[in-house]
Design a protein around this ligand. Structure first.
Ligand code: FE
Ligand code: FE
Ligand code: ZN
Ligand code: FE
Length: 165
């Protein structure tokens, strides 16, 4: 199918995000397991729950369009997850591993923020106001997750990792 208008591109971008979220659903439990800091562990577990709702929002949008959200693989998220996996296999002190987990997770959040910002803007110009609201909600959640990770890193985890010899 030729992508000859913004609406078709919108659908493609939504499918990319749907794939990205599904990959994140697989990765987050492993990251939570690997985290030592209880607050970081809880942040990953909580974002897993939030991610489930984000997938449901995308499903809702696809349902209304009468389209399927599957059939596309986000290769960027595949790469981010793969890089995170490699990092988790490294021999690291637990405090340093926590810092590395945050580094990986923030890359994921920023990728999502870029994607959701784009589709939210497309939804607005296409007059899909309900979609725009749902996508803005998810964008806000990704932003909150990112900010929480920054807070955990700056308040304790980076400091503890720096003390490691
Ligand atoms: Fe997400
Ligand atoms: Fe993507
Ligand atoms: Zn992709
Ligand atoms: Fe996220």
């Amino acid at each position: 199918m030729e992508i000859d208008n913004l609406r078709k591109l919108y659908v493609e971008e939504l499918k990319d995000l749907h794939s990205a979220e599904r990959q994140i659903l697989q990765a987050l439990p492993k990251m939570a397991k690997k985290a030592s800091n209880p607050q970081l562990k809880a942040a990953f577990e909580q974002h897993l729950e939030v991610t489930r709702m984000q997938v449901e929002r995308l499903d809702k949008i696809f349902e209304r369009m009468g389209k399927k959200g599957t059939g596309k693989k986000c290769k960027a998220m595949e790469g981010l997850v793969e890089e995170g996996k490699e990092m988790m296999e490294e021999d690291m002190a637990p405090e340093v591993m926590d810092a590395a987990l945050i580094a990986a997770a923030q890359r994921v959040e920023h990728y999502e923020m870029a994607g959701y910002g784009t589709v939210r803007t497309y939804a607005r110009v296409l007059g899909e106001d309900q979609d725009a609201k749902l996508l803005q909600q998810t964008l806000d959640e990704e932003g909150e997750a990112d900010k929480l990770l920054t807070k955990l890193a700056e308040s304790s985890i980076n400091v503890e990792a720096a003390a490691e010899v």
